[in-house]
Write a protein that binds this ligand. Structure first.
Ligand code: NDP
Length: 298
């Protein structure tokens, strides 16, 4: 079997375009653009790249982007003050604080300060709680993007065996909850799981969110499984090259021989994350401005 490549890049482009269309009708109805504020503390180069690309994606989707770049030495009070201002600003529908924060700042405290109604990353405990009891709130972008790809590919997930490898608050746990809500039979595996390979082997759906390059090989997978590879790992550079290759947590070449479908890295889950961030911001904008948005329209 040669697995079908699940083209997250193309799916994400379609979602971004749809968000852009909703952004135009939103602006007509609300008399203002939907807006996303991104707060970056410090000089981390990878974070700077993410923040730039989020800003660009907002503008391309007819949305307003507000960037707040703060120095490495920003105090707790200053940062919380910026968040308070953004919470109170009617032009801002979504607030994202780029993680990781410098060590002297407490991430949980900072996330807890964001209004749950503007928490488009879905990291606030109120939104995590809403997800776990089935209330509508904001769902973290990466797992929601994975679900969109799965629903597009498989339709109804009822009764399917799903194994999520990884139990982080931002990927593994919300992913498992979403799969459960879709009536899959869900196992969450982690670093203490015994005989991980045989646990993964029974899955119709495998979501790998570990951070270990090419850990999942072909003998881990059931024939015909659908594989969502969330991992982003940079290998050491080959000789003469400046940067190493980006790979996922799944060995793409090997898995392709057994799986029915698989997301590549790059070009799979990664592009979905920003597209869903725009989608969540658009949903927030409609709620905040009291403009109707049909359930499931985005
Ligand atoms: P975390 O480091 O927070 O969590 C990793 C999880 O993997 C933990 O639950 C850990 O288990 C588990 N784990 C580690 N080693 C093993 C092992 N040998 N066997 C089984 N489980 C193991 O990572 P994140 O959830 O934040 O991210 C996971 C990956 O996804 C990373 O590569 C990250 O870069 C990528 N990512 C990609 C995104 C995208 O947009 N595509 C967005 C977010 C993340 P335990 O809890 O027991 O320690």
């Amino acid at each position: 079997m040669t697995a079908e490549r699940i083209d997250g890049k193309a799916f994400a482009a379609g979602l971004r375009e749809r968000v852009g269309e909703f952004a135009v009708s939103f602006e007509q109805a609300a008399g203002r653009k939907a807006g996303l504020a991104v707060v970056l503390v410090g000089e981390d180069p990878a974070s700077q790249v993410y923040v730039r690309s989020k800003g660009k994606a907002c503008l391309a989707a007819n949305m307003a982007s507000f960037e707040h770049k703060l120095g490495d030495d920003t105090s707790r009070e200053e940062l919380l003050g910026v968040i308070d201002k953004l919470n109170a600003d009617d032009a801002v529908d979504g607030i994202l604080v780029q993680l990781p924060l410098p060590d002297h700042l407490d991430e949980q405290e900072v996330i807890a300060r964001i209004s749950p109604d503007k928490d488009v990353d879905g990291f606030h405990v109120i939104n995590a709680g809403r997800l776990s009891v089935g209330q509508s709130g904001f769902v973290p972008c990466t797992p929601l993007g994975c679900m969109m790809l799965l629903a597009d590919r498989l339709g109804d997930l009822s009764g399917l065996e799903a194994v999520v490898i990884g139990r982080s608050n931002i990927v593994g746990k919300p992913m498992a909850q979403l799969l459960l809500d879709a009536n899959a039979t869900v196992t969450i595996a982690h670093s203490r799981t015994k005989d991980l390979k045989s646990v993964v082997k029974r899955a119709d759906i495998v979501v790998a969110a570990v951070g270990r390059p090419e850990m999942v090989g072909k003998d881990w997978l059931k024939d015909g499984a659908t594989v969502i590879d969330v991992g982003i790992n940079r290998l050491p550079p080959e000789e003469g090259k400046e940067k190493g290759k980006l790979v996922g947590d799944v060995d793409y070449g090997e898995a392709s021989e057994v799986a029915a479908a698989i997301t590549p890295v790059p070009g799979g889950v990664g592009p979905m994350t920003i597209a869903v961030l725009l989608r969540n911001t658009m949903v927030a904008a409609h709620r905040n401005a009291g403009v109707a948005l049909e359930e499931g329209a985005l």
